[in-house]
Design a protein around this ligand. Structure first.
Ligand code: FAD
Length: 453
C-alpha cells in the first residue's frame, strides 16, 4: 500500500485482525472481519466503497473507552489513529480544526502551544475526539455543556461516500445531529472546535457528610464553576471537588508528592485494596471506610487540563445517568438506600456532576439543566443487580443513560426521553438507509435505520 500523497502517511486498509478487539474496561470484545487504518479522507471513501461492494457493515472506533458495545462490530472496524493532526487554527476566532482520530491529551497539548484550551473536559484525556463527542462525553459545570457543544464544524463521510462539510450554515441538519451520533450517521474525519484562552483553575477538595452535601449541593453548584462529588458507600463521606478560574500562579505539590498522591495512593494502593475486596467481599465496606477516611483536604492551582483530567489505572465498569438537576440529591439518597437496604457490595464511589442544557438531539443534556449520577464496579465484580437497581431509580426521573456507559435500555424506552429523537431518526434513515453503520448496540438503542421506535 502506497504512501498517501496528501498526508505523507501510509494507510492500512482491509487488514485481517490477529486477535479480537477489546475495550478499555475489558467487558466488551468483538471479532471484526477486517481492520482499516485510513491515512486520509480519500482512504475513508475507498474503504466505504469496499464495504459496500462486499456488503459489510462499518464501525469507526476511537480509543475503546466506552463500556457499552457502542464501538463493537463483526464487520469492518475503522481506526482513525492515523488521522490525528491539526489541520488549521484561527487565532482570531479561537478555533482549531483537527482530524477526528486525535486523542484528547494530544489536543490539549496542541491547544496549550497556541495559548488555548477547551472550556471544559471530562475526567480523563485518553479518548479520541471523535469517540468522546460521539457518545456525549461531558465534564462538570452548571453553565457548561458537554464537549459536543464546542463543535463549530465537522466533516463527515456518509455511507454513499460523499464528503460533507457541516456547520450551522452548511448542511445544518447534519451538523445539528452529528455532534452526538454514536457513529450511526457516517465516519467523521475532522472537527472545528471552539476554544477559550488557556486558563488556570484553583481546585479544592474536602470531605463532607452526605447530609451536608445533600443540604448544600444546589448552592455549591451555583457558587462554583466546576463541582464534582464522590459519595463513598458505607462511610457517610462525600468528597467534593470545586474548581474555579484563577489568576494565581501554578501551585502544585513537588513531583514525588504528586506521584505519591495520584499514582501510588490513587491507583496502585487503591487498586490493591480493590483486588483484596474482590477476593474477600466481606472486607469491602471496611476498605471503603478506610479509603474514604484517608481523604483529607487538598488543593492546587494548575492549567485547566491538569485539573480536569487524571490517570485511571484501576479497571472498572460504569453506568451513568443524566437526570433533571434538581432531582440529584433525592436520587443520591435513594441510591444510598438501595445499597444499604439491599446489602449490596459496592467497591467504588458514586460520582455526581452537572452540565448545562443543550440543543443536540442525542445529547443526554438535551433541553434540560442536568445532573449526572455515575456508579462504578471494579472490573470482574458482578454489577448487574446494583446497576439495574440504580437504573430503576433513574427511570423514575426520565433518566438518560450515557451512551458509552453500561445500561439496559432499548430504543422503545429511550425515544420518549429525547424530545428531538424523531429528528435524529429521520436524518439517519436518509443518510444510512441500508444500515452500513449499524451494529448490535445501535440496533438495540436506536432501532434499525428507518424504523419508527
Ligand atoms: C476511565 C474512563 C473515564 C471516563 N470519563 C468520562 C467522563 O469524565 N465523562 C464522560 O462523559 N465520559 C467519560 N468516559 C466515557 C468515554 O468518554 C466515552 O465512552 C467515549 O465515547 C470514549 O471515547 P473513545 O475514543 O474511546 O471512543 P470509543 O469508545 O472507541 O467509541 C465511541 C463511539 O464513537 C464512535 N466513533 C469513534 N470515532 C468515530 C468517527 N471518526 N466517526 C464517527 N463515529 C466515531 C464509535 O463508533 C462509537 O460509537 C470515561 C471512560 C473511561 C474508560
Amino acid at each position: 500500500m502506497g504512501v498517501n500523497a496528501g498526508t505523507g502517511r501510509t494507510p492500512a486498509l482491509g487488514t485481517r485482525p490477529s486477535a479480537p478487539w477489546r475495550n478499555w474496561g475489558g467487558n466488551q470484545r468483538c471479532n471484526p472481519e477486517v481492520i482499516d487504518e485510513p491515512a486520509s479522507v480519500e482512504d475513508v471513501v475507498e474503504l466505504l466503497r469496499a464495504a459496500r461492494d462486499a456488503n459489510q457493515t462499518v464501525k469507526a472506533v476511537g480509543a475503546g473507552h466506552s463500556f457499552t458495545d457502542v464501538a463493537c462490530t463483526n464487520g469492518r472496524l475503522v481506526r482513525l489513529n492515523r488521522l490525528n493532526r491539526v489541520i488549521d487554527h484561527d487565532p482570531v476566532c479561537q478555533t482549531i480544526t483537527v482530524e477526528a482520530g486525535m486523542r484528547l491529551f494530544e489536543l490539549n497539548r496542541e491547544l496549550d502551544q497556541r495559548g488555548l484550551a477547551l472550556a471544559n473536559l471530562g475526567d480523563i484525556d485518553r479518548q479520541t475526539i471523535a469517540g468522546a463527542l460521539a457518545t456525549g462525553t461531558h465534564g462538570t459545570g452548571a453553565e457548561l455543556g458537554g464537549l459536543a457543544t464546542f463543535v463549530r464544524e465537522l466533516e463527515i463521510v456518509t455511507a454513499d461516500g460523499q464528503v460533507l462539510r457541516c456547520s450551522a450554515d452548511e448542511e445544518p441538519e447534519i451538523f445539528h445531529c452529528a455532534r452526538v451520533s454514536l457513529g450511526a450517521l457516517g465516519i467523521i474525519t475532522s472537527y472545528t472546535l471552539q476554544c477559550v484562552p488557556a486558563f488556570r483553575l484553583r481546585m479544592e477538595e474536602r470531605p463532607y457528610s452526605i447530609d451536608e452535601v445533600v443540604e448544600s449541593f444546589a448552592s455549591t453548584v451555583a457558587a462554583n464553576e466546576h463541582v464534582d462529588g464522590y459519595w463513598w458507600p458505607y462511610a457517610d463521606v462525600c468528597t467534593l471537588k470545586r474548581a474555579n478560574r484563577t489568576d494565581e500562579p501554578i501551585q502544585v505539590r513537588p513531583p514525588f508528592k504528586q506521584w505519591r498522591g495520584d499514582m501510588l495512593f490513587g491507583n496502585y494502593i487503591y487498586g490493591t485494596l480493590v483486588d483484596i475486596g474482590r477476593i474477600r467481599s466481606s472486607l469491602v465496606p471496611r476498605i471503603m471506610r478506610w479509603v474514604a477516611g484517608g481523604i483529607g483536604r487538598s488543593w492546587k492551582v494548575d492549567q485547566s487540563p491538569n485539573v480536569f483530567c487524571a490517570r485511571r489505572l484501576v479497571p472498572f465498569v460504569e453506568m451513568e445517568y443524566a437526570i433533571p438537576r434538581d432531582a440529584l440529591t433525592d436520587a443520591l439518597l435513594r441510591v444510598r438506600e438501595l445499597v444499604e437496604r439491599g446489602h449490596l457490595t459496592v467497591d467504588m464511589p458514586v460520582e455526581l456532576r452537572v452540565a448545562a442544557a443543550d440543543d443536540i438531539p442525542l445529547s443526554m443534556a438535551n433541553g434540560r439543566a442536568t445532573a449526572y449520577l455515575a456508579v462504578h464496579a471494579s472490573a470482574g465484580r458482578p454489577y448487574a443487580q446494583y446497576f439495574r437497581g440504580v437504573e430503576e431509580i433513574m427511570d423514575s426521573y426520565g433518566g438518560r443513560p450515557h451512551w458509552g456507559k453500561i445500561h439496559f435500555q432499548t430504543a422503545a424506552t429511550l425515544a420518549p426521553r429525547y424530545p428531538q429523537w424523531e429528528r435524529f431518526r429521520t436524518l439517519r434513515a436518509k443518510l444510512d438507509p441500508e444500515g452500513r453503520f449499524v451494529n448490535a448496540y445501535t440496533e438495540r438503542v436506536l432501532g434499525p435505520p428507518g424504523a419508527a421506535s
